[in-house]
Design a protein around this ligand. Sequence first.
Ligand SMILES: Cc1ncc(COP(=O)(O)O)c(C=O)c1O
Length: 382
Amino acid sequence: MAQSNSIKTICVHSGTIADSQAHGSISPIFPATSHAYLDLQKKAYPRYFNTLNQEALALKLAALEHGESGLIFSSGMAAISAVLLSFLKKGDHAVIQQKLYGGTSNFISNCLADFAIEHDTTGGLAVTDFTSCLRENTRLIYIETPSNPLLEITGLQAVAGLAKSRDILTIIDNTFASPVNQNPLDFGIDIVVHSATKYLSGHSDICAGAVIAGRANIEKIMPRAVNFGGSLNAQTCNLLERSVKTLVLRVTQQNQNAQAIAEFLLENPKIEQVNYPGLQSHPQHDLAKEQMHGFGGMLSFVAQSGVDIVALQKNLQLIKPSMSLGAVESTICSPALTSHALLSREQRLAEGISDNLLRLSAGIEDVDDLIADLQQALEKKG
Ligand SMILES: Cc1ncc(COP(=O)(O)O)c(C=O)c1O
């Protein structure tokens, strides 16, 4: 499928495997882990990331992110760790954006040093914060925008420009935006990673990851990916391929719902602060407008100090207190107890993650019902 197709068409059609046996209109599932090899050029094996269902899904995601090629992993962290350890070796240095998903921060702060890889975490998200961390041996810059859970925005063009001028690789976690809302490769970022467990899957029933980039970078990642072995089986690839068909429809609705919920919370006296890039009050609203097609389905908010955030979550009847995000059902969580639980309280407070912060993932339900649910839970006493 040519890349000039619109995103909705890419979601439905790109990568589909022709069903030459039954002539069905969807990709058949090829679950084999053992394939013939004599007289064949391709040595197919699931851990080599080269079976038909893996390749079909990789093609679809590459088209969605405007990349040349992709790899599908068994989780977002399998993708992130494989990419970082493909480009960093002993003695190298990495510049890491402050305020990342907690699992990524934990991997970087606990594991890189064991491989004698140095890193610096930026003091902020402005390009000058990245510049001041650069060293002679800096090999890559790693960013996440909008960031989890504060929805802060990093300038894609500025960071990509800085890195290119120094011949440094750039990697972005594009999970929160999804390819519907943001295409970082168009701004000069080299590699996109996703926790496909979130928006790409969208139904809270798949754990997967993806990497999309130019062909040359994917070829550099492939050997480590094969060594680490974090590939995805054919059945789950096929289920994810099906999920992505409705990605635009889901994310468009989630964007609208998140905007309306953020505006509602902004007016509520029990809420101290609302973080959503679609709000005029968001400090980087203009930057978000420049680099995003939509502001996303994620928002976070700080409840006033008297509000019991555990009781608030328990009082919700529709919105589920739940880990993870990006699904058709709305969910809410306390980052201090979930995504950022691996950080110490001091680390969390230093990153702006207060104990009273809640992160909300807007689903595709009727937004009036979601707002009514929040309203009644906020009105309850405890
Ligand atoms: C932004 C972001 N990146 C990466 C991950 C890790 O993904 P996974 O849980 O699929 O390994 C998560 C998980 O919550 C996430 O929120």
